[in-house]
Unconditional design. Structure first.
Length: 368
């Protein structure tokens, strides 16, 4: 007897399909990506171990390749203006991993332009907080070798756009803060592969006026443990102070550790920074761009709080552009400064020179 379950239709929701694929990748299982007649089976190297890597190689009959982003290809010295794929025939797990992430890896002698499907699979890995080095093999649509693996039409990934903007409020509760009196914590759920995120309302802001806001990306090392490698902890506390001084405002604390790459990637990048690379080059060694953050959550949270005009506390022009793109009016900007230390000076300099943040670093250093 067939049962007409109301849950059956959930399977056609792109967000659920993407979240399932993200989960499969994180657990080291291949995902099949299709587009028209083309299909690839793909695993994220970051989530594989020697045995699962060898299994993929055997099932692919050694016809597998390693997808590398343009950033990684450039660090390897490959002359290309896009992502590449390198044949993996006969290559072991350790060697493939060196090619994907090691600081002093040899330049591969053979490579080709990567396909669009491979590029899409790397987007999926970033959503999964995995490094975008993908083990891929072309397959036939009727190929049984990867049966049992999740299959995703690449067009479903476009459907993720709506999910990234879809949030709901799940709680709104007063919390007394040591330095700022009674605040309100408003929790939002939604997006793609995101933890629940929090807006913190400090003071008694006037909702009829442009709202003072700070958008803060989570930084476990700086916010919680006082790491001297960045200015995040100081900015978090100074940001709350500034909002309180403005008569009240809202801090959006976003699930964007490591500029959207996750704590694992961030700590791997720190390893490279200890060997002399700046933040952007360290991320590029891992195949990452300078910034993977997205701001749909911030726009949606503001919308749900009934806010469409803001005064924003930031030095980061991308945050302002993202708010405006999302239909939020930005009336003005106020800088938020942290302490300049011996340990974070290079981090701040890179932000200013290479990422275009609006910091007058030399005057800050002189003032210390
Ligand atoms: N990948 C990477 N991320 C880092 C590093 N240091 C800090 N971060 C992350 O950078 C982000 C900093 O975010 P924010 O405090 O919002 O700062 P911002 O983008 O500089 O903008 P404003 O502070 O608003 O001017 C957080 O996600 C940190 O986890 C690093 O060395 N590598
Ligand atoms: Zn930080």
């Amino acid at each position: 007897m067939s049962i007409d379950s109301p849950f059956a239709r959930l399977a056609v929701n792109p967000a659920i399909e993407i979240e399932r694929a993200v989960s499969e990748l994180r657990y080291g299982r291949p995902v099949v990506l299709t587009e028209g007649e083309s299909a690839i089976a793909v695993s994220a190297l970051d989530a594989l171990a020697p045995d699962t890597f060898d299994q993929f190689a055997a099932v692919s009959a050694q016809q597998h390749v390693l997808y590398l982003t343009q950033e990684r290809a450039a660090r390897l010295g490959l002359k290309t203006n896009g992502p590449v794929c390198v044949p993996l025939t006969g290559t072991g797990f350790e060697q493939a991993s060196r090619l994907a992430y090691a600081l002093d890896a040899d330049r591969p002698s053979r490579f080709a332009k990567a396909s669009l499907l491979m590029e899409r699979s790397a987007e999926l890995a970033i959503t999964a907080l995995l490094l975008p080095a993908m083990v891929c093999t072309p397959i036939d649509a009727k190929d049984e070798r990867f049966s049992g693996c999740i299959s995703l039409d690449a067009s479903v990934l476009n459907g993720g756009g709506t999910a990234r903007q879809t949030f709901q409020q799940v709680a709104r509760t007063p919390v007394p803060l040591k330095d700022h009196g009674m605040a309100e914590f408003v929790v939002f759920r939604g997006g793609l592969a995101q933890k629940d995120q929090v807006a913190i309302i400090v003071g008694q802001p006037d909702f009829s006026k442009p709202m003072p806001i700070r958008i803060h990306s989570s930084c476990i090392t700086g916010d919680l443990y006082g790491s001297l490698k960045c200015d995040c902890g100081d900015q978090l506390r100074n940001g709350l102070d500034l909002l309180a001084q403005a008569g009240g405002g809202i801090l959006l604390y976003l699930d964007q550790e490591g500029r959207g790459t996750g704590i694992g990637a961030k700590m791997r990048a720190y390893g490279f920074q200890h060997r002399g690379l700046d933040t952007i080059d360290a991320d590029a060694e891992l195949g990452l761009s300078a910034d993977h953050r997205r701001y749909e959550a911030a726009v949606a949270m503001l919308g749900l709080l009934g806010i469409n005009n803001v005064v924003v506390f930031t030095n980061n022009p991308t945050k302002i552009a993202a708010l405006r793109k999302g239909g939020i009016g930005v009336q003005s900007r106020t800088p938020v400064l942290g302490r300049v230390t011996v340990e974070n000076e290079n981090y701040l300099r890179t932000k200013t020179i290479r990422a275009g943040h609006m910091l007058e670093l030399d005057s800050l250093v002189a003032a210390e």
